[in-house]
Design a protein around this ligand. Structure first.
Ligand code: NDP
Ligand code: GDR
Length: 374
């Protein structure tokens, strides 16, 4: 029997790597688009990489870019995929204020380029399309919790670009009868999360501090509230959305929200450190109140582990997001299996292992560069 073929843009990212694993386990032939870079950028999928010289490969990477429509059209023509998951994006909200035009080109126009390629190649009845939409569409929230019918109010060039992508997906579904749908996903994280998103910045930063590799974590808005889930749970839902009789859009969320401050507290607790937050606004700090166990040899009671740096505030902030996943639960039977606290613990454990290895090498005179770029 021929296996289903899937094409994933953004396969080298957090979600792309989990989705590729998931689809391979389901028997798919998985194709992915990777960008040309001056150094290796496939760390998240190296464990499923297959030698192109062996037969029956079911994991195949193609060079490409969402800004290049001829490249996208050629790849889609070659593969003739049954399903396309458009996960590729300039996905960092803060960076989108620095690079708004590029973000629009990749996140908005990139989506259009794929939809047009499907249409021009006459694949609109064969290829199902998933668009990685986002809770950032709700921005300045108009209703709490947010659901599929909540009005959008995007607050960043990233969110505005994703708004175009959302509507062009709906439009191609309605205009050309394509099986195209939006997953409106709330924040989801994992040990594979990019190092500059807030959760990973915290777990990695605190793990490094615990081993003496960094001294302090500089943060932005600690009051921001997010509905955080685990990426593994969320990619399962991306696939489920493409297996229905009719294409529809779904909110994917846990229905629970916490603050950034809370996430810092849990992460510290996971390495045995209790924090006390003191001061207000730009002067807020987190001080070590007590330590248990021996996971944090470089930390002492009274150390200041967190300070505020206004560099990490955004020109327009999304203060609060809370999703209502009722439709996904009722129609698709989806519920998240991993709690945010379990996810935080997993992320800290993984970052701690790396930091401990670096510290050991350092002790023996082999200092590895620890990137401080946040
Ligand atoms: P990541 O930032 O981890 O991955 C983004 C992927 O897109 C990477 O593979 C990246 O390649 C690729 N990419 C970036 N620019 C281009 C380009 N010009 N052409 C082709 N590929 C490109 O994001 P996530 O995995 O976290 O998110 C996946 C998708 O879901 C994104 O579209 C994101 O906006 C969206 N989303 C994410 C949420 C989350 O909480 N994680 C929530 C809601 C939506 P490279 O590795 O080379 O940089
Ligand atoms: P977000 O994720 O903007 O929600 O977008 P991020 O983790 O970057 O920020 C979450 C909240 O934390 C606040 N914050 C900080 N954020 C970062 N990155 N660094 C800091 O130092 C810091 N301090 C406080 C932010 O201001 C914000 O309020 C993510 C991305 O994955 C998008 O692609 C996706 O669409 C949305 O989630 C849903």
């Amino acid at each position: 029997m021929m296996s289903n073929k899937a094409l994933i843009t953004g396969i080298t990212g957090q979600d792309g790597s989990y989705l590729a694993e998931f689809l391979i386990a389901k028997g798919y032939e998985v194709h992915g688009i990777k960008r040309r870079a001056s150094s290796f950028n496939t760390q998240r999928v190296d464990h499923i990489y297959q030698d192109p010289h062996v037969d029956n490969q079911n994991f195949i990477l193609h060079y490409g870019d969402l800004t290049d429509s001829s490249n996208l059209t050629r790849i889609i023509q070659e593969i003739q995929p049954d399903e396309i998951y458009n996960l590729g994006a300039q996905s960092h909200v803060a960076v989108s204020f620095d690079s708004p035009e590029y973000t629009a080109d990749v996140d908005a126009m990139g989506t259009l380029r794929i939809l047009e390629a499907i249409r021009l190649l006459g694949l609109e009845k064969k290829t199902r399309f998933y668009q990685a939409s986002t809770s950032e569409l709700y921005g300045l929230v108009q209703e709490t919790p947010q659901r599929e019918t909540t009005p959008f109010y995007p607050r960043s060039p990233y969110a505005v670009a994703k708004l175009y992508a959302y509507w062009i997906t709906v439009n191609y579904r309605e205009a050309y009868g394509m099986y195209a749908c939006n997953g409106i996903l709330f924040n989801h994280e994992s040990p594979r999360r990019g190092e500059t998103f807030v959760t990973r910045k915290i777990t990695r930063g605190l793990a490094n501090i615990s081993q003496g590799l960094e001294s302090c974590l500089f943060m932005g808005n600690l009051d921001a509230l997010r509905d955080w889930g685990h990426a593994k749970d969320y990619v399962r839902m991306q696939w489920m959305m493409l297996q229905q009789d009719k294409p529809e859009d779904f909110v994917i969320a846990t229905g629970v929200q916490y603050s950034v401050r809370e996430f810092i507290r849990w992460s510290a607790a996971e390495i045995g450190v209790t924090l006390r937050f003191e001061g207000k606004g730009l002067d807020e700090i987190a001080v070590v109140e007590s330590i248990t166990g021996d996971n944090a040899p470089a930390i002492k009671v009274g150390d200041v582990l967190v300070r505020i740096d206004p560099r990490y505030f955004r020109p327009a902030e999304v203060e609060t997001l809370l999703g209502d996943p009722t439709k996904a639960k009722e129609k698709l039977g989806w519920t998240p299996e991993i709690s945010v606290q379990e996810m935080c613990a997993e992320m800290v454990r993984e970052d701690l292992k790396v930091a401990q290895r670096h510290a050991l090498l350092k002790q023996h005179g082999h200092e590895l560069p620890v990137s401080m770029e946040n």
